[in-house]
Design a protein around this ligand. Structure first.
Ligand SMILES: Cc1cc2nc3c(=O)[nH]c(=O)nc-3n(C[C@H](O)[C@H](O)[C@H](O)COP(=O)(O)OP(=O)(O)OC[C@H]3O[C@@H](n4cnc5c(N)ncnc54)[C@H](O)[C@@H]3O)c2cc1C
Length: 264
């Protein structure tokens, strides 16, 4: 169990951020499910739950998701379902159970860049940006590439407001285990995007494979090429959940299934 010396209920984002900067061992609290798995002793735990950051809103160009929004709200939200079908529901429904998903937050998940995340590939394939309190707006793709950990607060997630047909593919050894590999495939008017997660590293976009699919006038041939190319493009590895070779086999099979679903 994690511990902290002081608890600070932030009255505003400004104050939360200045409190965060005061000590390298100060942290922002999300739903605390992941923090509770560790044994770290922190200095000040900063609670941002009073700052109205639990929302999913439709704006002119984006759907914005506040950082304290929980997974259950993402799964069941009518705005997300209207624009992206049920991809959030499909991607998140096997994470432990409903009570757990009512607690874990979008902001903590994205900020932590978990390699095993089922949410991050979905957001990545949808062309998401994130808003950091100090760092401003950056693409999720660039943020995931950063190797240093920012001392910042993720304020909201911004998904382009474009109706998109999506498919989420994953394999787990048992229903509530982490994904062995996961893919989000999205088709926005025949422009296909593919994000691969649980490689087991952080999620990445399969840009070359996307380009094979999107720049061809013979879709059938381009699908064959894409299926051949994806394991050359995406680096996979072994860990306690799966060997690299098994992941490679799954990657091709799941991509095929996902492409078929988004082209239906
Ligand atoms: C037992 C278990 C099983 C899981 N299984 C899966 C799974 O199968 N698939 C899956 O996708 N995920 C899984 N997860 C991860 C889960 O979905 C969440 O991603 C994770 O728990 C983090 O969310 P949280 O709200 O609990 O974060 P917290 O534990 O509160 O915080 C995590 C980190 O994020 C930081 N943080 C929190 N909020 C912010 C913010 N707004 N800005 C900046 N930093 C912030 C915290 O300081 C901390 O370092 C699992 C987690 C657990 C504990």
């Amino acid at each position: 169990m994690f511990a902290f010396s002081n608890f600070f209920l932030a009255p505003s984002l400004d104050v939360a951020y200045s409190e965060l900067l005061k000590n390298k061992k100060n942290i922002i609290l999300g739903g605390t499910s992941y923090l509770r798995m560790g044994n770290t002793s922190w200095n000040t735990a900063i609670d941002i739950s009073n700052l109205n950051l639990n929302y999913i809103e439709e704006k002119d160009d984006f759907i914005t998701i506040g950082s304290m929004t929980n997974f259950r709200d993402l799964e069941t939200n009518h705005i997300l379902n209207t624009y992206f079908g049920n991809i959030f529901n499909i991607a998140l429904k096997d994470i432990i159970g409903v009570q757990f998903r009512k607690n874990v937050t979008a902001g903590a998940t994205v900020f932590s860049k978990y390699g095993f995340s089922d949410l991050i590939p979905v957001l990545l394939a949808l062309g998401t940006k994130i808003k950091l309190f100090a760092g401003g707006i950056v693409t999720l793709e660039d943020f995931l590439k950063e190797t240093t950990v920012r001392q910042d607060i993720l304020v909201e997630v911004l998904i382009p407001k474009i109706k998109t047909v999506c498919s989420f593919q994953t394999v787990r050894k048992s229903k509530t285990d982490y994904s062995i590999i996961n893919l989000a495939i999205c088709n926005n008017k025949n422009n296909i995007s593919i994000a691969v997660g649980s490689r087991p590293g952080r999620a990445v976009l399969a840009k070359e494979t996307m380009s094979i699919l999107n720049n061809s006038d013979n879709l059938e041939l381009s699908i064959i090429d894409a299926l051949k190319h994806i394991s050359e493009e995406i680096s996979l590895d072994s860990n306690m959940r799966s060997s690299k070779v098994y992941r490679e086999l799954l990657l091709t099979a799941l991509l095929k299934k996902g492409i078929q679903e988004v082209l239906k």
